[in-house]
Design a protein around this ligand. Sequence first.
Ligand SMILES: NC(=O)c1ccc[n+]([C@@H]2O[C@H](COP(=O)([O-])OP(=O)(O)OC[C@H]3O[C@@H](n4cnc5c(N)ncnc54)[C@H](O)[C@@H]3O)[C@@H](O)[C@H]2O)c1
Length: 322
Amino acid sequence: MNKIRLGIIGLGGIAGRIIPTFLKHPKTDLRGGFDIDAARMRRIKNSYGIIMANNAEELINDENIDAIYLAVPPKLHHDFSIKIMRAGKHILCEKPLAGTIKEAKEMHEVAIETQIVHAMNFPLHYGFAYDRIKELLEAKSFGALKRIDLSVLYPVWPRVWQQNAWIASREEGGFVREVFTHFIHLIQTTFGPINNIHSFVEYPEDESKCETGLIALGELENGVKVVFNGITDVNQETDLRLTIYGTEGSIELKDWNKLTVKMGQESFVSSGDFKNSSKTSNSTFKMIDAFYQAIEGKESNVVTFEDGLLATKVVERLLGNV
Ligand SMILES: NC(=O)c1ccc[n+]([C@@H]2O[C@H](COP(=O)([O-])OP(=O)(O)OC[C@H]3O[C@@H](n4cnc5c(N)ncnc54)[C@H](O)[C@@H]3O)[C@@H](O)[C@H]2O)c1
């Protein structure tokens, strides 16, 4: 079995969470990493014994590396990913694909042109809830689709566990890019494109800061409405839920992994192993496995840059950037 020789650019929050799962995969040969933050590089080196490069280009141009996991802030995805693909390396890019639709389109075009494996980290796609929702919908017991409702409440943004400058910035942060993206991807792969978006975004006075609220409406091709509702800085527990309403019942996915099916007076609760990219997360393992399968030319359910572009289009329309 040939291993996949991997490099990692960006060794911050998400990379720190995913590295143990990469190392758990028998096909991973982790060859090196790089981050502009020397302290972070030292921490990761000390924890996992990974060799650190002197700069990102060293990894991108290393002939002994097959693939790169790119985990830098969103506005850097474009330039780095294009260099990586042009250097002939397969790429696993963090979401959101890019900070603008134009950049996302360019990245997608280069991915097609270079025929490089272009994967994205949407762990929800590989988790229990995604499969279960599909099964439930295929069983057709919910009747006709009536409405989809995505709603988030965060007591503070950035969240306590993700404190960094970019996540609070209007240019590349905010809950719409950071959180909605995952669910937009789920909705679009399950029900088709979301069009006809009307959105009201609330921003703080400081023009450098990201949204604090959003109320929006989109439409599926069959006319079914998708309602978006997001709010931050409300002194209450975090509440994140996607609800799919049918004429006969509904499916609610709460906090990433709690699925409740409601039919008439009855409700059934189940929860899976999906924790947002946690160290033991099975969905992250499956995501990495799908990436490796695609590199080996095998059939794979890898999430591609095309999926990332479709999600970015909706995200940037919701934010009124189009
Ligand atoms: N898929 C998921 O579930 C998930 C979860 C969290 C974050 N993310 C995404 O992952 C990406 C990174 O997020 P994060 O929370 O880890 O952010 P972070 O700020 O914690 O980490 C980013 C790292 O990139 C480094 N970096 C910045 N510029 C660089 C450069 N030029 N060269 C090399 N390294 C550089 C920073 O020093 C930092 O260590 C974002 O796109 C974010 O949206 C995805």
